[in-house]
Design a protein around this ligand. Structure first.
Ligand code: G4P
Length: 527
């Protein structure tokens, strides 16, 4: 098969949701359809129920499994589907944001009772930054929830995206009868059954068909006719190009737990979702069918077991064909590397791959050469853009509790922040190290890992910063002046870029007003 066919076969996406909306359940059902697993319950739910370190460490111990479930590949309908797992826990949101840079589209799961929740909004903001196409799956229709029209309004309002229902629910909760597929014009009848894969689908081309009454009864038939008419009147006809541009999100209703509405979601997904897309470098778009191989690292997984100190770097292939045992250019280090055992991830196992194509993710064994955002090429020296750091929300200064282990501490902090566990900022004078995260959990993880992997002891002192803002300007003088004036709140990120650690929203606004020449950015990458 040629490169073009390999590309057109692939679909790489992520499932995102606020915790508990049903991401794990939906993932599992998709894998069941793909034949990647045989029984429900086979996908380990690696979410953290409480914000406790013990839970996290427990998960870390089982890392073998969570690495395997980081990417789940399976075949369905002639396509090779790669699902990239995203942690649901909010303290790991940064990890999720980065994973979203490696997907070509997402499925967003919403709980029909809770509607749009806080995590949903944040994740969608990240999708909008890259115009990632989104399909919405409204889950738990077997429970009482909000009215479908209200949910759609809420989606449009809170997520700032247009929606277009492609299926329509008939009743909900105990009265849930099923969904009418507006796209395919058939009726999918609900029965609470968690394992059944084949369903009774009744074709009803025209909703005036009296068959409808026979099947769902007079009342529901009437409601469905009325609502379907309203849908067609209110929402524009589905336009795939608008979906691909990230402007319109098609919406499906179902119940992942009951395996209901999942197949139509999957069938539509493979019909409309995008093929692997190119990625931007500083200067150009690298298209997937570019003959020369290129890819970028979006995630690094460390093995916390001191006996197995290997790390796995996750490489998303952007263009060309990746081959085992071939030398590739590590652009940042300007050094050639080859990989003897690159792994692919099938649902529950890892296997060595000889070749991989755009859209695929391969795991590369790493002894500390990679950091997030690194680019590998066949010799070109461009770097991919699009893996920004987001402003952390919690800041703490590192205190060295064992001066005999200063070197180990430095190395540990360096490597852990390369892995993307947290962000490192240095404040001058004094070379003070400040770590920024989105959650408290990371500090416990860092402390634990510094001690167990590097033999260093550290504690953290809270710093009252509100946001870290990267700064750019055309007026270097003004920037110098600002830096001098705010010296105690200026830090440098790992690449040496100056960052303003604003102590409050008010002080940030004030800085913006006083220094209109300086742009303050909430992410490390700016257009
Ligand atoms: P997450 O990954 O998004 O965090 O959610 P997950 O799939 O773990 O689902 C969260 C809870 O919602 C689970 O129950 C799951 O069984 C339930 N759930 C998922 N889909 C549906 C659905 O369509 N209908 C109903 N009624 N419930 C659904 P739990 O009790 O928290 O966990 P478990 O002990 O049952 O696994």
């Amino acid at each position: 098969m040629g490169l073009k066919e390999e590309i057109s076969k692939r679909r790489t996406f992520g499932i995102i949701s606020h915790p508990d909306a049903g991401k794990t359940t939906l993932t599992e059902k998709l894998l069941l359809f793909g034949g990647a697993i045989q029984t429900a319950g086979a996908v380990k739910n690696n979410k953290i129920k409480k914000s406790a370190t013990s839970d996290f460490m427990e998960i870390e111990k089982q890392r073998g499994i969570s690495v395997a479930t980081s990417v789940m590949a399976f075949q369905y309908g002639g396509k090779q589907i790669n699902i990239l797992d995203t942690p649901g826990h909010k303290d790991f949101a940064e990890d999720t944001y980065r994973t979203l840079t490696a997907v070509d589209s997402v499925i967003l799961v919403i709980d029909c009772a809770n509607g749009v929740e806080s995590q949903t909004e944040k994740l969608m903001e990240v999708c909008r930054m890259r115009n990632t196409p989104v399909i919405v799956f409204v889950n738990k229709m077997d429970r009482e929830g909000k009215e479908a029209f209200d949910l759609l309004d809420e989606l449009e309002e809170k997520l700032d995206i247009k929606v277009r229902p492609l299926s329509w629910p008939i009743g909900m909760g105990d009265r849930f009868k099923g969904v009418y597929n507006l796209h395919r014009k058939n009726l999918n009848l609900f029965d609470a059954n968690k394992t059944k894969i084949e369903r009774d689908i009744v074709n009803i081309e025209n909703l005036d068909d009296p068959k409808l009454e026979e099947i769902v009864g007079e009342q529901f038939a009437g409601e469905l006719r009325e609502e379907a008419e309203l849908v067609e009147g209110v929402y524009e006809a589905f336009d795939r190009d608008k979906y691909l541009a990230g402007e319109v999100a098609p919406v499906f209703f179902g119940s992942a737990l009951n395996n209901f509405g999942v197949q139509e979601l999957l069938d539509t997904f493979i019909e409309i979702s995008p093929e692997p897309r190119g990625r931007m470098t500083d200067t150009e778009l690298i298209k997937p069918d570019n003959k020369k191989f290129s890819g970028f690292v979006f995630k690094i997984h460390a093995n916390i077991d001191p006996k197995h100190r290997d790390r796995i770097a996750f490489l998303r292939i952007v263009s060309g064909t990746f081959e085992r045992n071939t030398f590739y250019q590590h652009v940042r280090l300007n050094k050639k590397f080859k990989f003897a055992n690159p792994t692919s991830f099938m649902a529950q196992s890892k296997e060595v791959v000889d070749e991989a194509y755009p859209g695929d993710v391969v795991g590369l064994y790493d002894t500390g050469n990679f950091k997030i955002g690194d680019t590998l090429t066949e010799g070109d020296d461009f770097m991919f853009k699009g893996i920004p750091s987001f402003s952390p929300e919690i800041f703490k200064e590192v205190q060295n509790d064992d001066p005999m282990k200063t070197k180990q501490l430095e190395k540990g902090i360096q490597q852990l922040t390369d892995e993307g566990v947290a962000q490192l900022f240095t404040i001058q004078p004094g070379n003070r190290k400040v770590i920024g995260t989105v959650g408290e959990l990371q500090f416990e993880v860092i402390q634990y890992r510094l001690e167990h992997e590097y033999g260093a002891k550290a504690s953290f002192k809270f710093k009252p910063h509100h946001k870290a803002c990267w700064m750019t300007t055309d007026n270097e003088e003004k920037l110098d002046e600002f830096i001098k004036r705010k010296l105690n709140n200026i830090a440098y990120d790992k690449d040496g870029n100056p960052v303003f650690l604003a102590d409050s929203p008010f002080l940030l606004t004030q800085a913006e007003t006083d220094y209109p020449e300086i742009k303050f950015h909430r992410t490390s990458e700016f257009k």
